[in-house]
Design a protein around this ligand. Structure first.
Ligand SMILES: Nc1ncnc2c1ncn2[C@@H]1O[C@H](COP(=O)(O)OP(=O)(O)OP(=O)(O)O)[C@@H](O)[C@H]1O
Ligand SMILES: [Mg+2]
Length: 465
């Protein structure tokens, strides 16, 4: 089940209220019980003291009858207060069930105690005192008892009232808490309404942050940041789509134009073969663009190089250069490998060669005849860098980081025609290969030497051999 902030707040409010009430209730209950006890014993003590003075002054059976009458008068009809006088002489006794009382109170002389009388639901609070003999009267023991039932009932009533109050307080707090939580969360609702109104067309909109409470403005700002990045990505995607369409248009126009011309009149087999060969060139160009784009899309999805094997980099570089032998000889170009010749890294060799080829191809395309190219291998913190350099026209600093973007070329006018047939995906693929190996890309143009390169992480996690 999804968690609700409102429900949790209400629950927490209710629990805290209940706990507070229980605490206060328990404390009050304790105070009440103590006060009631004190009150009971004070009353008992007053009665006991006044009777005691009286009995102390009586020494004959004739006067004892007046004591009995007095005690009768003091005993209420409901039996809630009772008196007992215990003695060895039956003429100086008072009360019912004396033998039992004697057993129950023998231990508790002078102190308060609870005694449970037969046939009573509640115990009696009792105080007792010894009175010295006088004339004919022997020593007697006076006991005053009071039914604790009414006090017990008071305590129970109080407990019930506390419970009822506590439960109603919890209810009130829960309802109020619900409203408070809803009120407090209202800005969140407004925020989500606002966010819901966003569409790709309105990506330039931002959430209003100044009217928001501080707790939410950080969230809204983070969301706005995400929106800004999304807007940028969206704009890039749109530009990319336009670029793709543009790149595909030229070969398609060539194909259609060439085919139309060929169909305009009857052709010989030789002419048709020539036309098909020219079509094939354009078709291959189309295929290479589509393949490159599919590769980049795979890299975009975060696909990493899986078949990585520990390989000496210098060997791989040398093998790639061999593929270009013919082109290099033709231009009278030299390639030198320098730096950490023994350095090794875990590579997916096919991907590595693809990136190397793109870099070499660019270097060859942008070098004058007879130039000297270099491939430098260098180990840096947790990465090996492969930099391909060639002497060439300086590239403006502003262009350098953008060259790795798809379809980006320094000279936009050269798009799609002239002696240069690139479609602007070569360096983007280098970047993708670097990313698949946990690496990065770099470009520099210093003192007439242009360098492009990428890195491969040396301690990247992955399947090892
Ligand atoms: N060695 C270099 N010297 C000067 N400029 C370069 C060099 N390498 C790349 N560039 C610039 O970077 C741009 C992008 O290169 P990239 O390899 O991505 O595309 P491309 O070579 O134009 O086409 P593709 O490689 O897809 O056939 C090139 O058009 C060029 O302007
Ligand atoms: Mg290229």
């Amino acid at each position: 089940m999804r968690r609700s902030i409102t429900a949790r707040l209400v629950l927490m409010f209710a629990v805290v209220t209940l706990a507070t009430f229980l605490l206060i209730g328990a404390a009050l209950q304790g105070v009440l019980a103590r006060e009631l006890d004190r009150h009971q014993y004070e009353e008992l003590d007053t009665t006991l003291t006044s009777l005691r003075y009286w009995i102390e002054s009586i020494g004959t059976p004739e006067r004892w009858a007046r004591v009995q009458a007095r005690m009768d008068a003091l005993s209420p009809e409901d039996g809630s207060v009772r008196f007992w006088v215990l003695s060895d002489d039956p003429r100086f006794q008072y009360g019912k069930g004396l033998a039992e009382i004697d057993g129950l109170t023998r231990e508790t002389d002078g102190r308060g105690s609870d005694i449970l009388l037969p046939g009573q639901a509640r115990p009696f609070r009792a105080l007792s005192v010894h009175i010295a003999p006088l004339e004919q009267r022997p020593a007697v023991r006076l006991i005053v008892g009071r039914n604790s039932g009414p006090y017990e009932r008071t305590r129970q009533t109080f407990l019930a009232a506390m419970l009822a109050l506590g439960l109603s307080a919890v209810l009130v707090v829960a309802v109020a808490g619900y409203w408070i939580a809803r009120l407090g969360l209202r800005p969140l609702e407004r925020l989500s309404d606002e966010a819901q109104g966003l569409r790709p067309k309105t990506l330039s909109q931002r959430l209003q942050t100044d009217a928001l409470p501080v707790e939410l403005s950080a969230l809204a700002e983070a969301f706005n940041g995400a929106l800004a990045r999304l807007e940028q990505a969206y704009a890039q995607l749109e530009a990319f789509n336009a670029d793709v369409a543009h790149e595909l248009r030229t070969p398609l126009a060539n194909l259609i134009g060439g085919t139309q011309v060929a169909l305009s009149r009857p052709r010989s087999t030789g002419e048709l073969q020539e036309m098909l060969a020219s079509n094939l060139e354009d078709l291959e160009r189309l295929r290479s663009i589509v393949n490159d784009m599919l590769f980049l899309a795979r890299a975009d999805r975060g696909e990493a190089a899986t078949g990585r094997v520990r390989t000496p980099l210098a060997d791989e570089v040398r093998k790639t250069i061999e593929f270009f032998e013919f082109v290099l000889d033709e231009g009278g170009l030299q390639v030198r490998i320098e730096g950490d010749m023994a350095v090794q890294a875990r590579l997916e060799t096919a991907l590595f060669r693809r990136a190397m080829s793109n870099l070499l191809q660019n270097a060859i395309e942008h070098s004058a005849a007879g130039a000297a190219l270099t491939v430098a291998l260098r180990e840096e913190a947790h990465a090996v860098w492969i930099m391909v350099s060639n002497p060439g026209t300086p590239i403006a600093q502003a262009h350098l980081p953008l060259l790795f973007d798809r379809f980006y070329r320094v000279d936009a006018a050269r798009r799609g025609h002239g002696e240069h047939h690139g479609h602007g995906l070569g360096l983007a693929i280098v970047q993708a290969v670097a990313a698949m190996h946990g690496g990065q890309v770099r470009a520099s143009s210093v003192d007439g030497v242009n360098s492009f390169g990428f890195s491969v992480a040396t301690d990247a996690p992955g399947p090892s051999h």
